[in-house]
Design a protein around this ligand. Sequence first.
Ligand SMILES: Cc1cc2nc3c(=O)[nH]c(=O)nc-3n(C[C@H](O)[C@H](O)[C@H](O)COP(=O)(O)O)c2cc1C
Length: 107
Amino acid sequence: MKTDKHVLLLIGSPKSSKSTSESLSNYLIDQLQTRGLSTEKIHIGKSLRNSEGLSSLLLALDGADTVVLASPLYVDSLPYPVTRALEAIAEYRHGKELKKKQSLIAI
Ligand SMILES: Cc1cc2nc3c(=O)[nH]c(=O)nc-3n(C[C@H](O)[C@H](O)[C@H](O)COP(=O)(O)O)c2cc1C
């Protein structure tokens, strides 16, 4: 079955590789692609290193039907880059009308 739904996976772990967040996301990507959905994966920490990275993240968000945030908790809190990204997204979207309905899933 092929669908035109696009799922964006945002990895919130500050670990550069071998994070639980990434493992879960890779599994989910396999499952979604098997079911005909298109996927895209972005590491939040890497995106925040420069303005181009943040712009790409914001554009990717605009194009997604579903956003999956895969992130650890450290001492009952999201890692700083995730909080920073959520603030940037709120600022970018403030007063803007969304072009399509989107869902957010947090792991
Ligand atoms: C110092 C420290 C604090 C943690 N605090 C929490 C917490 O408050 N709540 C929780 O559910 N897990 C907590 N964990 C567990 C991590 O969230 C868990 O290991 C997670 O899978 C790590 O994800 P990552 O590999 O994607 O970074 C903590 C782990 C460490 C090392």
